[in-house]
Every structure is written in structure tokens, then in C-alpha cells.
Design a protein around this ligand. Sequence first.
Ligand code: 13P
Ligand code: SF4
Length: 328
Amino acid sequence: MNVDKGYVDAPIDPEIDLRAEIERLKHERNAVIMAHYYQRPEIQELADHIGDSLALAQLAAKTEAQVIVLCGVHFMGETAKILCPDKTVIVPDLSAGCSLADSCPADEFEAFVKAHPGHTVVSYVNTSAAVKALTDVVVTSSNAKQIVESLPADEPIIFGPDRNLGNYINSITGRNMLLWDGACHVHEQFSVQKLMDLRAQHPKARVLVHPECPKPIRLVADKVGSTQALLNYAVDNEAREFIVCTESGILFEMQRRCPDKTFIPAPPDDGTCACNECNYMKLITLEKLYNSLRYLQPTIEVDDQVAQRAVRPIERMLDISRRLGIIK
Ligand code: 13P
Ligand code: SF4
């Protein structure tokens, strides 16, 4: 068995029922399977819990299972490991990275923080453990507004790494946070022109936009919100059609929750693709999930000293979110 490629590269008997075997191994290993909404449909179907970044962090902090299999990207596994250092945390393919987290190398962020003394450092959860260790409070797109508003109005703030989310939070809170210049390659890729064309074809559709998208896309939105907020809006709203400007994996849960409504993925700027997918999220397959449970590999490891510093801003986020009633 080898994990050189970032996942367990071991042959699988073509005769087995993969789904049944994953279920069996999950019980045998006392494991819980958590999946982000951007995962492939077959992974979402098998997961014990699906959620956005905030829900996954909260679920990891609460679980009693000994093994957490996080079907998402690397920083989500790191967050779970930091919160649960005594548990085995697995991401079935460790090369499932994140362009946004990669746009903020820890050494460069540290230099940026040092160049601006006296600032409170607010970091999006889409960061490496090393960046979280430099952070005062972590946020996700589900709680960024409320957490920033919970800080004193005159407090100088550094916000990283997403310039679009930072920009959006500045615009709705009236703050003037200093922004790190990072972005997500998926959410930056939507085409304003194609979105306008799509809206002209579907004049009754509501446009749902994730705040990681740039301002020109956000300006077209009927609702700007985190993945969970967009899902809630689609469930609660009386409209029958929705154009969705975020990673297209969320359409699976939207359609499952609202079988009578139509969800149209917004297309990216380049090429002929009809929807916008995160290539990192889609690296997790049933085969990799099965082998990860079979061999309990590949595990996420976080340096102890980094973890001890990174746990504080994550727990601070969870505490504030509980206090404000954003999570239970
Ligand atoms: P949320 O899960 O907080 O909506 O973030 C979206 C995302 O890009 C996750 O990587
Ligand atoms: Fe990172 Fe963007 Fe993929 Fe989310 S969608 S994991 S922010 S690259």
C-alpha cells in the first residue's frame, strides 16, 4: 500500500459493493464521514453529515467518533485535527488543496502582519494551520459579518486571505479592514456577461451569489451568502428558479431539498463548461474514500506548536458563533 500520490493507491476488488463496504468499514473503525456541499453527489449521499465550512468545524469539535473522515479539502482536515488532536483525521486525498489557502503563504502573511502592528488579525477558515497560528479570530462566510461586527468599531483589522469576501464585509459593515490580496479560482471565474445573459433568459429566477465572488457578480445578486445561507434562501424563497453562482456541488443538495424548483449553475468565463467546479473538491472519489477507511490513511498531521496557537482563534470563532446564536 502506498500513499505517495496523496491517497491510498491500492487495488480494489471490482466485485465488491463499494457503498456497502464503506458503510461496513465505517462502523468497524468507529468513523464518521463528513462532507462539504461541494463534494461529488455520491460522496454527499454516503456522508453522515454534510455542511459548509462552519458546520464541518462545529461537527468535528462535537463528534464522539474516533476517526473523522473529512471529504473536503486539506484545510478542513487540518481544522478538524486542530480541534480534535487525539482523533485520527483523514482526508481521502491529501492533494485536495485550495487555491485561496495557497494564495496566502504563512511567511508572507507573517511579514504583512508585522508590517501593520496594532491590527487584530481576522482570517477566513480557508487558510493553512500556519496562517491560523498568526490569527486572532477565524471566520467563515457564515459568520464573518457578525464576528467582525462583534469587534470594537475603531479596532484596526487585517482580513485575509480573500479580497472579495473582505471587500464585501467592508461594504456591509462600514469597516475599513486592511485586505490580503488572495482569491478562490472557482469563485473568481464567473462571467458577468454570461450571468446577465442567463438572467435575461430566466427573468423570474433569483440570483444566488457566494461572497467569494468579485463585486461585479455580487451586484447582480438577489442574495449574497455562504453556501448554507444560499441553500436556506433557496428552500425558503417562493421563486421557482434560481441561478447559482458558487461551486456547482451545492446544486445536488438544493435539488434534493427542493425537487420542484429549478437550479441553474452560472457558467465560468472561459471554455464551454456550463458550471463551475472546484477541481480540488472533486478529487475525493468513492474508491479513495473506501481505501482510506480500509487502511486508515492518509492522515492529517499538524505540528504541535502550530496547533496550540491555531486552536485559539478557531475556538474563539466557535464561541462567538454560539454566543450570537449562529450555531448551537
Ligand atoms: P463555505 O463553505 O463557508 O460557504 O465556503 C465556501 C468554500 O469555498 C469552501 O471552500
Ligand atoms: Fe478553495 Fe475555492 Fe475550492 Fe473552496 S471552492 S476549496 S475556496 S479553491
